[in-house]
Unconditional design. Structure first.
Length: 187
């Protein structure tokens, strides 16, 4: 019932869905481009429409009070981004302890223009030995979807070429806030 309602709402809003979910029960789901607060509600409608249950990490400050309880109930995992150590290992252990787990991450890390993508999504998938699945919101074409999945090779530069090719031409709600898909160069 909820799936049908979600599909109906998305159709009324003019969105079409691409459903190319991987067969694996565990993976990191990349959500990009991320330029608007509308990305989460649209992502949740997509999740409901296709019967996908995922977890997502968000800034710890949004998990306060009753809102925090609601966000946790829809898969939210609070992350204090000021603390840099141990996040990848913590999330990898969550993958190990669950039979099914889909972790959705927006590598831009913010709705504002980011010069570099955060690479946590990549290293979580690599460490947990799960695929990276590429999901998108394309506001220009009004398409939501999951379109490609691959196992990280350990060569992040090579794998980011796959990611860049997939997201080429996909437009966020605020294209001026959409940065290049780049990672911070190693020193």
């Amino acid at each position: 019932m909820l799936a049908a309602l979600s599909k109906f709402v998305l159709r009324i809003l003019g969105w079409t869905l691409e459903i190319n979910l991987p067969p694996q029960k565990k993976y990191v789901l990349v959500g990009a481009p991320h330029t608007s607060n509308w990305d989460l509600p649209l992502g949740l409608l997509y999740m409901s429409a296709v019967g996908l249950h995922f977890s997502w990490a968000g800034k710890h400050t949004i998990f306060k009070g009753p809102t925090g309880t609601i966000l946790r109930s829809i898969g939210g995992i609070p992350v204090d981004r000021r603390i840099r150590s141990g996040f990848i290992e913590q999330i990898s252990k969550l993958f190990d302890s669950h039979e099914t787990m889909i972790l959705a991450i927006t590598p831009e890390g913010t709705r504002s223009k980011a010069l570099y993508w955060k690479t946590g999504f990549y290293y979580i998938a690599l460490h947990a030995k799960v695929p990276i699945t590429l999901g998108y919101l394309d506001y220009k074409e009004k398409k939501l979807g999951v379109g490609y999945s691959f196992l990280p090779s350990g060569d992040i530069e090579k794998d980011m070429k796959i990611v860049r090719a997939f997201y080429k031409g996909k437009t966020g709600r605020h294209p001026e806030q959409q940065g290049e898909i780049a990672i911070l160069p190693k020193e």
